[in-house]
Design a protein around this ligand. Structure first.
Ligand SMILES: [Zn+2]
Ligand SMILES: [Zn+2]
Length: 384
């Protein structure tokens, strides 16, 4: 039985928008200032001209962080130990939300009385500070550790506490894409940073501690395992075939068609052939670009439409707000080659059931999928 639901095409917002003459939109440069404890805050606005001079009147003392990296010789991976985060704010009521704009009775992390997209350094970061020196070489015969340097930023998508990213207008999502690209460029230049990782955790099932719609950016002082695996696989594929693994894989998926969720002009969304999670979508630019800053204007505009389309489809599968993790795989800072893609995954396998990472996944590292990738793709196509 073949599905009668065809992949939908998406159109980028027309060039007739107020801020998009002739399809070209120069991102509004962020306005930057500091919070009372010295952390940086950057306002990314949909349109220029906003007043962002409000000061943080809280008089916060700087938080001391004590993150440590420990090398695991069994896997050749770094583990971040960040026990100071145990005291961080946990599910505050809406009236005490630290991400809402500052107003009478609430002095939040954002001094402005309204904003579009705002980025600031996390007060309880897993990683902080700069490290000009490379990490110590791993040595199985010694206990190898290092300071947990890097940077953790919070990216707030809207000043509306009750909004969801999936339903924000394309213009705002475009501002968000520009903010992701800006942070990726700037953090990659910070001494000691090896990987910039942009992500959003959504839903209490994922462990989200703040309800207000927001994501995060981590600048790691090492290449995280998944990025390293991807880079190694891409390098091996390049050596064997001369081609790009992601380009070649995308062509294969578009030809097979079975797992394609959305086909755009510059992007496609597909469920990977060997998906691990009940619902997992890769959002892939058709052009071979290594990172978010490399996306051109048309690609960013189309992404602003397609990204939220994928998220709405996820919510549409069971007609509930799905818990998800959305993230971007960019080439590591020191990797010249690579092909950017977004990954959206949900651990909810049925309206009342979550996938738990139990024995096989957590202990053996072998994934057992609960939903056939083709079935998930069909459900996501039908949910549009
Ligand atoms: Zn809020
Ligand atoms: Zn490629």
């Amino acid at each position: 039985v073949s599905s009668s639901v065809q992949p939908r095409t998406v159109a980028a917002p027309g060039a007739g928008g107020r801020h998009a003459p002739a399809g070209v939109r120069r991102p509004v440069p962020p306005l930057r200032t500091r919070l009372s404890d010295g952390r940086e805050i950057l306002y990314f606005d949909d349109a220029p001209g906003a007043d962002r001079s409000a000061r943080d009147e809280r008089g916060l003392q700087p938080v001391t962080t004590s993150s440590e990296l420990r090398h695991d010789p069994f896997t050749d991976e770094w583990v971040v130990i960040a026990d100071h985060r145990q005291t961080r704010t946990f599910l505050p009521s809406a009236s005490q939300c630290p991400l809402c704009p500052t107003r009478d009775g609430l002095r939040s992390e954002v001094p402005a009385s309204s904003y579009d997209v705002v980025v600031f350094e996390n007060r309880f970061p897993s990683l902080a500070g700069t490290a000009p020196a490379p990490l110590p070489a791993s040595d199985a015969g010694a206990l190898v550790s290092a300071a947990g340097t890097g940077r953790c930023e919070v990216v707030v998508f809207t000043d509306d506490h009750d909004a969801v990213l999936a339903r924000l207008p394309p213009q705002r999502v475009r501002t968000l894409v520009d903010a992701w690209a800006h942070r990726s460029t700037e953090l990659a230049r910070q001494p000691g940073v090896e990987q910039v990782f942009v992500f959003e955790n959504r839903g209490a099932d994922i462990g989200v501690t703040l309800q207000h719609p927001h994501g995060q950016v981590y600048a790691y002082p090492f290449v995280p395992p998944r990025a390293r695996q991807l880079a190694n696989a891409a390098r091996a594929h390049r050596a064997r075939t001369g081609g790009c693994l992601v380009c070649d894989r995308l062509a294969l998926e578009l030809a097979a068609d079975e797992r394609v969720v959305l086909r755009g002009r510059a992007w496609s969304a597909v469920v990977p052939f060997a998906a691990r999670w009940p619902f997992e979508v890769h959002v892939v630019p058709h052009r071979h670009v290594r990172s978010l800053p490399d996306l051109d204007d048309a690609e960013r505009d189309e992404l602003a439409v397609l990204w939220t389309d994928v998220l709405r489809r996820l919510d549409g599968v069971f007609d509930i707000e799905m818990p998800y993790i959305a993230s971007w795989q960019q080439a590591p800072v020191r990797e010249a080659d690579g092909h950017l893609f977004g990954q959206v995954l949900s651990l909810r396998r049925a309206p009342d059931k979550l996938k738990h990472l139990a024995g096989s996944e957590s202990a053996a590292g072998a994934w057992v999928g609960d939903v056939r990738p083709e079935t998930a793709a069909r459900a996501l196509r039908a949910a549009g």
